[in-house]
Design a protein around this ligand. Structure first.
Ligand code: GCU
Length: 658
C-alpha cells in the first residue's frame, strides 16, 4: 500500500458528486475546504465546479434570519438541483458530507427541505499524544496505532500532511474540537503552552479549515514548572495572574483556541488538593483566564485514590468521582465543562453509567468515551464500540420518560450544555487505527456525537458503504463480523460487569487476579463461594445510593439488577440464579465458550471476503483475527479454569476446562 489509507473518504465515496455540476457560494477558510473537496471529486469524473449556469448541486452560505447555529444546514431539492444552505462555512462542510453519505438518493426525485443540526455543540477528540516518546507509555499513551501524527523528534512534525488528512476525516464526521496532547502532561509537553506555542499555531492552522478548534492539556503545576512561581495555589493572586498572562499569549497566537483540558489530582498529576483547595477553586482559576477570549476548560472528573490498600473494604473507586464532585454542583464558572468518564471505573467493556452525570444539574457536563480500545482489545481485536456508546448516550438516568444522557450533555435536561468527548484511536499506522476495522469506531463516534439517536447498524452501514463501496457480499459479511463484536468481546473477557482481569502492565490479555491485590481499587473478590463487589447501601460500599431513582433501587436488589451488571453491584454465590435462569458459574462457562466460538465464526466470515476487499486490508485483518482468536482462547481457558478451581463446580455440559 502506498501512502495513507483514505479511510471513509476514498475518491469512490464522492462518486455521486463526481459527475455533477456544483456551485459553491461563500467565503472563508472552511468554504475553501468545501470548494477543494468538490474540485477534487469532480476532476476527471465529468463534473465541474461552476460559477454560472445550471447546477445539479448548490452549496450556499447565506444569511438566514431564522438560523442561529453556524453548524446547521438545510438540504432540499429545487427542481433538478439539490441545494444545501448554511449560515457559515462549517455548516456547509457538514452539508456537503451529508450529501456524500446520501449518495445518489440526494439527487433523485423530490424531497422536502430538511434542517440538520448537531445534538451536541461540543464533539471533541482528545489525543493522549506525547511530544517525546515516554519511556513506559510510548509516544501515544494507550495508543495502538503507532506513533503520533502530530509530533516527531521532540517537536511538531515538519510534515503535517498526515494531520491534514486527519483533520479532513474529522471534519467530515462533524468533530469540532481536538485536544492535542496527553492529559498526563510531562515536561516537554507542558511547554506546548509556552515555548512550543508557535508549533501549536501550525497545528491550529491545520484544523481550522475543517471547522475544528484546538485545545491543550495543561499541568495544574504550570505556574511553578513554567512560570517559576513558588506555588500553584489557585487562590494565590500571582497564580491567577500567571494563568491570565499565559492564556492571553496563547490567544494572541491562536485567536480561535478552544481552551484547556485538565487532569488534576488524578493518578499522580498535581491539582488543587495539593493546596487544600477543591476542584471548583482549581477549575475556576483557569476558567477566569480563558473567559475573556471565549475559551473553555474541560476539567476531568477522573479523581480517585490510586494508592488504595486492597485490605481496606470501605474505599470504593466507583464512588470517588461522585464523592469529589457532586457537592461542587453550581460552584463552577460558566466556561467550565466537567468531563466525566461514562462509567464510574475506567472504560471497561461493561459498566453502569457514572452517577455523576445525573447529579450535577447546575454544571456543564461532557461525557467522555474511549475510542482507543484500551480495555477492549487494543485494536488487535474487532470490537465495534458504537452500540456501547449508543447505549450510554441513550441511557435514562431517571427512568422511562426522563431525559437521556445525551440530553444532559446537550443541555436539554434543564441544565447547561457540555458535550461529548472521546479519546482518539489514531496514529501513524498506514491504516490510521492499527486494525483497519477500528476506523469504524472513529467514524461512529463522530456520527453519534452529532446525533445520538442514529441506529448503530445504520452508522456501520454508512461506514461500510463509504469505505468499501457497494460490493455484493461485503456489507452483510462486515455486519456479521463487526455488528455484535462488542458483546462477543464481553463474553470472552471479565464476566457480568465485574471488569478488569487484565494484565496490569499493558491492560491486554487475561490475568484474572492481575489487579486483585493492587493499589488501583479494581477488585472482583472471588473466593470459593462466590464473586463480585458488594456496592449496595444495605451491606456494601453504598455506591448504589449515588444514583437517583429508579436505578438506586434497581441496582440495590439482586432480584432486579440487570444480569450484565450483577457482579459490579453484588457479591453472589456461584449458584446464584440470574434473571436469565442460569447460575452465575454456568453463565461464566457458557459465555466464555460462546465468545470464543463467535471469534471462530468471525474468522470464517472474514475469509470469505478475500478478493472482495483490498488485499492489504484483507491480509492485515486476517493476521489480527488470528491474534484475536489466540487471545480469546486464552481468556476462555484462564477465566473458566480460574472459576472451576475456585468453585469446584463443574461445567454442566462437561466441556474441557483445565
Ligand atoms: C486510564 C489509562 C491511563 C490514563 C487514564 C486517564 O487509567 O490507563 O493511561 O491516563 O485512564 O483517563 O487519565
Amino acid at each position: 500500500m502506498t501512502g495513507v489509507h483514505p479511510a471513509w473518504l476514498p475518491t469512490s465515496a464522492f462518486r455521486p458528486i463526481g459527475s455533477r455540476r456544483v456551485r459553491v457560494l461563500g467565503d472563508g477558510p472552511v468554504v475553501g475546504t468545501v470548494r477543494a473537496e468538490v474540485a477534487a471529486a469532480t476532476a476527471g469524473h465529468g463534473g465541474a465546479l461552476v460559477d454560472d449556469g445550471p447546477a445539479d448541486l448548490e452549496l450556499v452560505v447565506a444569511s438566514d434570519a431564522g438560523e442561529t447555529d453556524p453548524e446547521a444546514f438545510v438540504v432540499g431539492r429545487a427542481g433538478a438541483t439539490t441545494v444545501v444552505r448554511a449560515i457559515a462555512g462549517v455548516g456547509l462542510l457538514y452539508g456537503l458530507h451529508h450529501v456524500v453519505r446520501q449518495g445518489e438518493s440526494a439527487f433523485t426525485g423530490e424531497f422536502p427541505a430538511r434542517r440538520h443540526a448537531p445534538r451536541q455543540a461540543v464533539r471533541m477528540l482528545d489525543h493522549w499524544d506525547n511530544v517525546d516518546v515516554h519511556p513506559v507509555m510510548g509516544q501515544v499513551e494507550r495508543g495502538y496505532a503507532g506513533g503520533s501524527i502530530f509530533y516527531a523528534d521532540g517537536v511538531v512534525r515538519a510534515d503535517l500532511s498526515r494531520a491534514r488528512a486527519y483533520a479532513r476525516l474529522l471534519g467530515s464526521i462533524g468533530v469540532n474540537r481536538v485536544g492535542l496532547n496527553n492529559v498526563n502532561v510531562h515536561r516537554t509537553e507542558a511547554t506546548l503552552l509556552t515555548d512550543l506555542l508557535p508549533e501549536v499555531v501550525r497545528l491550529a492552522d491545520v484544523f481550522r479549515p475543517h471547522g475544528i478548534r484546538v485545545h491543550l492539556s495543561v499541568s495544574f503545576a504550570a505556574p511553578i514548572t513554567l512560570g517559576g512561581l513558588p506555588t500553584a495555589d489557585p487562590l494565590d493572586p500571582a497564580v491567577g495572574q500567571w494563568w491570565a498572562r499565559t492564556t492571553a499569549a496563547v490567544y494572541a497566537a491562536i485567536p480561535d483556541f478552544g481552551g484547556y483540558v485538565v487532569k488534576a489530582d488524578s493518578e499522580g498529576q498535581p491539582g488543587p488538593f495539593d493546596y487544600g483547595r477543591d476542584h471548583a477553586d482549581g477549575a475556576n482559576v483557569l476558567a477566569r483566564a480563558l473567559a475573556p477570549f471565549g475559551g473553555t476548560v474541560f476539567w476531568r472528573a477522573f479523581v480517585y485514590d490510586h494508592h488504595q490498600d486492597w485490605r481496606d473494604r470501605s474505599t470504593d473507586r466507583a464512588r470517588a468521582a461522585h464523592d469529589n464532585f457532586a457537592p461542587l454542583d453550581g460552584a463552577f464558572e460558566p466556561n467550565v465543562v466537567l468531563q466525566v468518564k461514562a462509567g464510574p471505573m475506567d472504560f471497561q467493556v461493561r459498566e453502569p453509567l457514572s452517577p455523576v452525570i445525573a447529579a450535577m444539574p447546575r454544571t456543564r457536563l461532557a461525557v467522555e468515551l474511549q475510542v482507543t480500545q484500551e480495555y477492549t482489545g487494543q485494536q488487535k481485536h474487532v470490537c465495534h464500540l458504537v452500540p456501547q456508546w449508543r447505549e450510554v448516550l441513550g441511557f435514562l438516568p431517571w427512568g422511562e420518560g426522563g431525559a437521556t444522557v445525551a440530553d444532559i450533555a446537550a443541555g436539554r435536561a434543564d441544565g447547561p450544555a457540555g458535550g461529548v468527548v472521546a479519546v482518539s484511536n489514531v496514529g501513524d499506522d498506514p491504516f490510521w487505527t492499527g486494525h483497519p476495522l477500528a476506523q469504524a469506531n472513529l467514524f461512529g463516534f463522530g456520527r453519534l456525537a452529532w446525533d445520538d439517536r442514529l441506529v448503530p447498524e445504520a452508522v456501520l452501514d454508512e461506514w461500510i458503504g463509504l469505505t468499501f463501496g457497494d460490493v455484493e457480499g461485503v456489507r452483510a459479511a462486515l455486519h456479521e463480523v463487526m455488528g455484535g463484536s462488542w458483546l462477543t468481546y464481553e463474553r470472552y473477557t471479565a464476566p457480568l460487569g465485574v471488569g478488569f482481569m487484565v494484565n496490569p502492565a499493558d491492560h491486554y490479555g487475561p490475568n484474572v487476579d492481575g489487579y486483585e491485590y493492587s493499589r488501583w481499587g479494581t477488585y472482583h473478590f472471588a473466593d470459593r463461594d462466590g464473586v463480585g463487589v458488594d456496592r449496595t447501601r444495605a451491606t456494601g460500599t453504598g455506591f448504589t445510593g449515588q444514583f437517583p431513582a429508579p436505578w438506586r433501587d434497581v441496582y440495590e436488589s439482586v432480584q432486579t439488577c440487570p444480569d450484565e451488571l450483577l457482579l459490579f453491584f453484588h457479591h453472589v454465590p456461584y449458584g446464584h440464579v440470574l434473571r436469565s435462569g442460569k447460575t452465575v458459574i454456568q453463565h461464566i462457562y457458557d459465555t466464555h465458550f460462546a465468545g470464543r466460538e463467535e471469534v471462530c465464526r468471525m474468522v470464517e466470515t472474514w475469509s470469505r471476503l478475500a478478493g472482495l476487499v483490498p488485499v492489504e486490508v484483507h491480509e492485515r485483518v486476517t493476521e489480527l483475527l488470528s491474534e484475536q482468536l489466540r487471545c480469546a482462547t486464552e481468556w476462555r481457558d484462564q477465566v473458566n479454569t480460574y472459576f472451576w478451581r475456585k468453585s469446584g463446580v463443574p461445567d454442566a455440559r462437561g466441556r474441557r476446562i483445565y
